[in-house]
Design a protein around this ligand. Structure first.
Ligand SMILES: *Cc1c(COP(=O)(O)O)cnc(C)c1O
Length: 412
């Protein structure tokens, strides 16, 4: 039987030959995951420092979440919202109480939840704020990442993301990130603004952390102008940055909160939009939906995934491990010719490398890290994101820091 087993090379060839080439994957073929570890099909072990873009905060194959998945899958998986199901109401109550909101609208992927938030914001603008129909503008930030739908890439500034995908959806105004004055200016000068969509920390831009007070200032400015503050916490939420939400650092309670990724612990696609009753009420039956959104399997899995985050104190662990990680990376950067600086919050971090004179240095470092047993992925030619599952222990983290040190040294 073993003779028939395909090698990593065979399986990569299959993907390359029969799959669309819309990803540039690190050449490892993973077969198994357990906590912070993953294994390729030859049995080589790696520390996972990507966590599926922060979807696997609770660790791979978390036994509690997997048990919930199995139990619920045996009972009922999908009914559509044409009917009520036995899990969705429990999920709605649990998640709204967990994050302090009146109402939730469940979806599947992050991009769908962002789309839902944009539609919600526009409808609110016409029906509650009183803007003329089809006039609503939503302010977004430079270097944003909110997903891959046609509307969302309409306000990307990354040519890779929007190139040759036009014509684009109108109604978005792009301002610089980390610049509350720019937000105030646009809200004063432009009529018909409905909302401000922002990532509390820009994840895909390379764990770019705005200065302290930015979110609070933006929230206050939005309040003054009756504009909805919409936080995309798909990547930063669910304890990733050392608090349950990154907005918690500035005690900001977004008017609309977007969650995804770790909402299911990486076990099943689950996303959600949370808001107040008066905002969410603008959706009436038949006006928005998704066949899989709010299915009983997703609902059960998400409750379990959030229980793990709370019961295992993952926010506190992410906070503490993140401080250790950045302190160690700073020491590396002090003497290294190629490691320039580290930034991030909790366990959402990035190491910026000096790629002058090197081609694709971040990529080359990631290949070497993989060889040395640690998986990470560049976000740009000179930025490596480090985001392990939040269950990582100090002993494991120290082992990983040694791997990173050794790898960086090999490039000096
Ligand atoms: C990943 C991500 C999304 C999109 O989520 P998908 O599930 O890939 O559609 C949206 N916003 C942010 C901030 C993200 O990191």
């Amino acid at each position: 039987m073993n003779e028939l087993k395909l090698s990593s090379k065979d399986l990569m060839e299959l993907e390359n030959n029969f799959g669309a080439h819309n990803y540039h994957s690190i050449p490892v073929v993973l077969e198994k995951g357990d906590g912070v570890l993953v294994y390729d099909i030859e049995g080589k072990q790696y520390f996972d420092f990507l966590s599926a873009y922060s979807a696997v905060n609770q660790g791979h194959s978390n036994p509690k979440i997997i048990q919930t998945l199995i139990d619920q899958a045996r009972k009922l998986t999908l009914t559509s919202r044409a009917f009520y199901n036995s899990q969705l109401g429990l999920f709605d109550k649990f998640v709204t109480e967990y994050f302090g909101y009146d109402k939730i609208l469940p979806m599947n992927t992050g991009a769908e939840a962002v789309e839902t938030a944009l539609k919600l914001c526009r409808k609110w603008a016409y029906e509650k704020k009183g803007l003329p129909d089809n006039s609503a503008q939503i302010v977004v930030c430079e270097n944003n990442f909110h997903g891959r739908t046609t509307t969302i890439i309409s306000f990307s500034v990354d040519p890779e993301a929007y190139g040759h995908f036009g014509p684009f959806t109108p109604g978005f105004i792009i301002i610089p990130y980390n610049d509350a004055d720019a937000l105030e200016k646009v809200l004063i000068e432009t009529p018909n603004i409905a909302g401000f969509l922002v990532e509390p920390i820009q994840g895909e831009a390379g764990a770019f952390v705005p200065h302290d007070g930015y979110l609070r200032s933006c929230y206050n400015i939005c309040q003054q102008h009756n504009v909805l503050f919409i936080a995309d916490e798909v990547q930063t939420g669910i304890a990733r940055t050392g608090k349950m939400l990154a907005c918690d650092y500035e005690s900001v309670h977004p008017d609309i909160l977007i969650l995804g990724k770790a909402l299911s612990g990486g076990v099943y696609p689950v996303s959600a939009v949370l808001s107040s009753q008066s905002i969410m009420d603008v959706f009436q039956p038949g006006q928005h939906g998704s066949t899989f959104g709010g299915n009983p399997l997703a609902a059960a899995v998400a409750i379990s995934a959030l229980e793990v985050v709370r019961d295992e104190n993952l926010a506190a662990n992410a906070f503490r491990m993140g401080n250790i990680f950045r302190a160690e990376m700073k020491i590396i950067c002090e003497t290294s010719k190629i490691a320039s600086f580290v930034r991030g919050k909790g366990l959402l971090n990035a190491l910026i490398v000096n790629d002058k004179g090197y081609e694709n240095l971040a990529w080359e470092v990631c290949l070497k890290l993989a060889e040395n047993g640690l998986l990470a992925k560049p976000t740009h030619s000179n930025i490596i994101r480090f985001a392990p599952p939040l269950i990582i222990t100090e002993t494991q983290l120290n082992e990983c820091i040694l791997i990173i040190k050794k790898t960086i040294k090999s490039f000096e």
